[in-house]
Design a protein around this ligand. Structure first.
Ligand code: 5RP
Length: 236
Protein backbone atom coordinates (compact mmCIF):
# COMPACT_ATOMS: atom_id res chain seq x y z
CA UNK A 1 0.00 0.00 0.00
CA UNK A 2 1.20 3.46 -0.85
CA UNK A 3 1.73 5.80 2.11
CA UNK A 4 -0.23 9.01 1.56
CA UNK A 5 1.99 12.02 0.98
CA UNK A 6 1.25 15.27 2.78
CA UNK A 7 1.99 18.51 1.04
CA UNK A 8 2.67 21.35 3.44
CA UNK A 9 1.37 24.83 2.65
CA UNK A 10 3.58 26.41 5.33
CA UNK A 11 5.87 29.13 3.98
CA UNK A 12 9.59 28.55 4.38
CA UNK A 13 11.09 30.61 7.22
CA UNK A 14 12.63 33.87 6.08
CA UNK A 15 16.39 33.79 5.59
CA UNK A 16 18.67 36.14 7.53
CA UNK A 17 19.09 38.16 4.34
CA UNK A 18 15.31 38.51 3.94
CA UNK A 19 14.99 39.60 7.58
CA UNK A 20 17.63 42.28 6.93
CA UNK A 21 15.66 43.49 3.90
CA UNK A 22 12.47 43.67 6.00
CA UNK A 23 14.01 45.79 8.75
CA UNK A 24 15.87 47.95 6.22
CA UNK A 25 12.55 48.79 4.60
CA UNK A 26 10.77 49.23 7.94
CA UNK A 27 13.32 51.87 8.96
CA UNK A 28 12.00 54.23 6.26
CA UNK A 29 9.16 55.20 8.60
CA UNK A 30 11.72 56.95 10.84
CA UNK A 31 13.25 59.04 8.04
CA UNK A 32 12.07 62.64 8.29
CA UNK A 33 11.18 64.13 4.88
CA UNK A 34 13.14 67.27 4.03
CA UNK A 35 15.98 66.40 6.41
CA UNK A 36 19.41 64.78 6.40
CA UNK A 37 19.45 61.22 7.77
CA UNK A 38 22.33 59.52 9.62
CA UNK A 39 23.35 56.27 7.95
CA UNK A 40 25.40 53.47 9.51
CA UNK A 41 27.41 50.66 7.98
CA UNK A 42 27.01 46.95 7.26
CA UNK A 43 24.94 44.42 5.36
CA UNK A 44 21.69 45.38 7.13
CA UNK A 45 22.28 49.06 6.50
CA UNK A 46 22.94 48.26 2.85
CA UNK A 47 19.34 47.07 2.66
CA UNK A 48 18.24 50.32 4.30
CA UNK A 49 20.26 52.37 1.81
CA UNK A 50 18.64 50.49 -1.07
CA UNK A 51 15.20 51.24 0.42
CA UNK A 52 16.18 54.88 1.07
CA UNK A 53 16.85 55.30 -2.65
CA UNK A 54 13.10 54.90 -3.24
CA UNK A 55 12.47 58.15 -1.32
CA UNK A 56 15.65 60.02 -2.21
CA UNK A 57 13.69 62.94 -3.67
CA UNK A 58 12.00 63.49 -0.30
CA UNK A 59 15.21 63.90 1.73
CA UNK A 60 18.04 66.42 1.66
CA UNK A 61 20.68 63.70 1.91
CA UNK A 62 22.66 61.66 4.39
CA UNK A 63 25.60 61.79 6.78
CA UNK A 64 27.45 58.52 6.41
CA UNK A 65 29.52 56.53 8.90
CA UNK A 66 31.95 54.92 6.44
CA UNK A 67 33.55 55.14 3.05
CA UNK A 68 31.63 52.00 2.04
CA UNK A 69 28.22 53.50 2.92
CA UNK A 70 29.15 56.81 1.29
CA UNK A 71 29.97 55.01 -1.95
CA UNK A 72 26.69 53.08 -1.88
CA UNK A 73 24.63 56.19 -1.10
CA UNK A 74 26.27 58.20 -3.85
CA UNK A 75 25.92 55.39 -6.39
CA UNK A 76 22.17 55.52 -5.74
CA UNK A 77 22.05 59.29 -6.20
CA UNK A 78 21.77 60.27 -2.52
CA UNK A 79 23.78 63.34 -1.54
CA UNK A 80 26.27 62.75 1.27
CA UNK A 81 27.15 65.57 3.67
CA UNK A 82 30.19 65.77 5.96
CA UNK A 83 29.26 65.34 9.63
CA UNK A 84 30.60 68.85 10.29
CA UNK A 85 28.17 70.36 7.78
CA UNK A 86 25.14 69.28 9.80
CA UNK A 87 24.65 70.36 13.40
CA UNK A 88 22.19 67.72 14.45
CA UNK A 89 20.29 64.83 12.90
CA UNK A 90 16.79 63.67 13.85
CA UNK A 91 17.64 60.06 13.34
CA UNK A 92 20.57 57.68 12.88
CA UNK A 93 19.88 54.25 11.43
CA UNK A 94 22.44 51.50 11.88
CA UNK A 95 22.84 47.80 12.55
CA UNK A 96 24.51 46.05 15.48
CA UNK A 97 26.51 42.94 16.23
CA UNK A 98 24.65 42.53 19.53
CA UNK A 99 21.83 44.46 21.20
CA UNK A 100 20.57 43.81 24.73
CA UNK A 101 17.11 44.36 26.19
CA UNK A 102 18.06 47.89 27.30
CA UNK A 103 19.24 49.04 23.84
CA UNK A 104 22.98 48.79 24.63
CA UNK A 105 24.93 47.45 21.68
CA UNK A 106 28.20 45.97 20.52
CA UNK A 107 29.19 47.39 17.16
CA UNK A 108 32.21 47.49 14.89
CA UNK A 109 32.06 44.15 13.12
CA UNK A 110 32.47 46.19 9.95
CA UNK A 111 35.32 48.24 11.49
CA UNK A 112 33.31 51.48 11.22
CA UNK A 113 32.66 51.94 14.95
CA UNK A 114 34.39 55.31 15.40
CA UNK A 115 32.48 57.14 12.71
CA UNK A 116 29.32 55.29 13.74
CA UNK A 117 29.67 56.61 17.28
CA UNK A 118 30.35 60.13 16.02
CA UNK A 119 27.24 60.21 13.83
CA UNK A 120 25.15 58.54 16.56
CA UNK A 121 26.30 61.23 19.01
CA UNK A 122 25.02 64.01 16.79
CA UNK A 123 21.64 62.30 16.31
CA UNK A 124 18.57 62.68 18.50
CA UNK A 125 17.45 59.10 17.99
CA UNK A 126 19.27 55.84 17.24
CA UNK A 127 17.16 53.30 15.38
CA UNK A 128 18.89 49.92 15.35
CA UNK A 129 17.96 47.51 12.57
CA UNK A 130 18.85 43.89 13.16
CA UNK A 131 17.75 40.34 12.62
CA UNK A 132 16.73 38.44 15.72
CA UNK A 133 20.08 36.63 16.04
CA UNK A 134 21.51 39.94 17.35
CA UNK A 135 19.27 40.19 20.42
CA UNK A 136 21.12 39.00 23.55
CA UNK A 137 20.54 38.95 27.29
CA UNK A 138 24.05 40.23 27.99
CA UNK A 139 26.70 41.74 25.72
CA UNK A 140 30.01 39.97 25.23
CA UNK A 141 29.62 36.80 23.18
CA UNK A 142 30.48 38.63 19.95
CA UNK A 143 34.19 39.56 19.92
CA UNK A 144 34.30 43.19 21.04
CA UNK A 145 35.87 45.50 18.41
CA UNK A 146 38.13 48.24 19.73
CA UNK A 147 39.79 50.77 17.42
CA UNK A 148 43.31 51.48 18.63
CA UNK A 149 46.23 53.69 17.59
CA UNK A 150 48.83 51.11 16.43
CA UNK A 151 51.51 52.34 18.88
CA UNK A 152 49.22 51.38 21.78
CA UNK A 153 48.00 48.03 20.49
CA UNK A 154 50.29 45.75 22.52
CA UNK A 155 49.60 47.59 25.77
CA UNK A 156 45.82 47.70 25.19
CA UNK A 157 45.87 43.95 24.49
CA UNK A 158 47.71 43.37 27.80
CA UNK A 159 45.11 45.47 29.62
CA UNK A 160 42.32 43.31 28.21
CA UNK A 161 44.26 40.16 29.18
CA UNK A 162 44.49 41.48 32.74
CA UNK A 163 40.66 41.72 32.73
CA UNK A 164 40.37 38.09 31.63
CA UNK A 165 39.88 38.83 27.95
CA UNK A 166 41.80 37.68 24.94
CA UNK A 167 42.53 40.25 22.23
CA UNK A 168 43.58 39.69 18.63
CA UNK A 169 44.56 42.25 16.03
CA UNK A 170 42.06 42.10 13.16
CA UNK A 171 43.75 41.13 9.90
CA UNK A 172 42.92 41.72 6.27
CA UNK A 173 44.91 39.85 3.62
CA UNK A 174 47.37 38.80 6.35
CA UNK A 175 48.08 42.37 7.47
CA UNK A 176 46.50 44.44 10.26
CA UNK A 177 43.27 45.90 8.91
CA UNK A 178 43.50 49.68 8.54
CA UNK A 179 40.27 51.55 9.34
CA UNK A 180 38.85 54.56 7.48
CA UNK A 181 40.69 56.59 10.16
CA UNK A 182 44.07 54.93 9.56
CA UNK A 183 44.03 52.92 12.81
CA UNK A 184 43.88 49.23 13.79
CA UNK A 185 41.16 47.08 15.35
CA UNK A 186 41.55 44.57 18.14
CA UNK A 187 38.75 42.05 18.73
CA UNK A 188 38.36 40.93 22.33
CA UNK A 189 36.73 37.70 23.48
CA UNK A 190 36.08 36.33 26.96
CA UNK A 191 34.86 39.58 28.52
CA UNK A 192 31.91 39.91 30.88
CA UNK A 193 30.23 43.22 30.10
CA UNK A 194 27.77 43.35 32.98
CA UNK A 195 27.69 47.17 33.18
CA UNK A 196 27.97 48.42 29.58
CA UNK A 197 27.87 52.12 30.50
CA UNK A 198 30.71 51.83 33.02
CA UNK A 199 32.69 49.52 30.75
CA UNK A 200 32.46 52.00 27.87
CA UNK A 201 33.41 54.90 30.15
CA UNK A 202 36.45 53.03 31.51
CA UNK A 203 37.89 51.58 28.31
CA UNK A 204 37.36 54.85 26.40
CA UNK A 205 39.86 56.46 28.75
CA UNK A 206 42.72 54.05 28.10
CA UNK A 207 45.51 55.86 26.25
CA UNK A 208 45.56 54.87 22.60
CA UNK A 209 41.97 53.63 22.49
CA UNK A 210 40.16 55.56 19.78
CA UNK A 211 36.75 53.94 20.23
CA UNK A 212 35.42 50.94 22.10
CA UNK A 213 32.63 49.04 20.33
CA UNK A 214 30.23 49.16 23.29
CA UNK A 215 27.47 51.66 22.50
CA UNK A 216 25.85 52.41 25.86
CA UNK A 217 26.28 56.18 25.94
CA UNK A 218 24.95 56.18 22.37
CA UNK A 219 22.49 53.34 22.84
CA UNK A 220 19.45 52.69 20.66
CA UNK A 221 16.07 54.20 21.47
CA UNK A 222 14.34 51.85 19.05
CA UNK A 223 15.23 48.45 17.61
CA UNK A 224 13.47 47.10 14.56
CA UNK A 225 14.05 43.39 14.95
CA UNK A 226 13.49 41.02 12.07
CA UNK A 227 11.79 37.88 13.41
CA UNK A 228 10.12 34.84 11.88
CA UNK A 229 6.76 36.52 12.53
CA UNK A 230 7.71 39.89 11.06
CA UNK A 231 9.30 43.10 12.27
CA UNK A 232 9.10 43.58 16.01
CA UNK A 233 9.60 47.11 17.39
CA UNK A 234 11.47 47.31 20.69
CA UNK A 235 11.68 50.68 22.47
CA UNK A 236 14.11 51.52 25.22
C1 5RP B 1 29.84 48.01 11.39
C2 5RP B 1 28.79 47.69 12.38
C3 5RP B 1 27.57 46.98 11.88
O1 5RP B 1 26.46 47.73 12.23
C4 5RP B 1 27.51 45.63 12.51
O2 5RP B 1 28.72 44.95 12.27
C5 5RP B 1 26.33 44.82 11.95
O3 5RP B 1 26.58 44.51 10.62
P1 5RP B 1 25.61 43.62 9.76
O4 5RP B 1 24.38 44.42 9.51
O5 5RP B 1 26.40 43.35 8.50
O6 5RP B 1 25.33 42.36 10.52
O7 5RP B 1 28.87 47.99 13.54
O8 5RP B 1 30.97 48.56 11.99
Amino acid sequence: MNTPTHTSTQAAPLSQDELKTLVGQAALQYVVPGEVVGVGTGSTVNKFIDALATMKDQIKGAVSSSVASTERLQALGIQVFEAAEVESLSVYIDGADEIDHQGNMVKGGGAALTREKIVAAQSKMFVCIADESKLVDALGAFPLPVEVIPMATARVMRQFAAMGGSAKVRLKDGQPLVTDNGQHIVDVTGLKISDPLQFETDVSQWPGVVTVGVFAHQKAQVCLLGTSTGVKTLTF
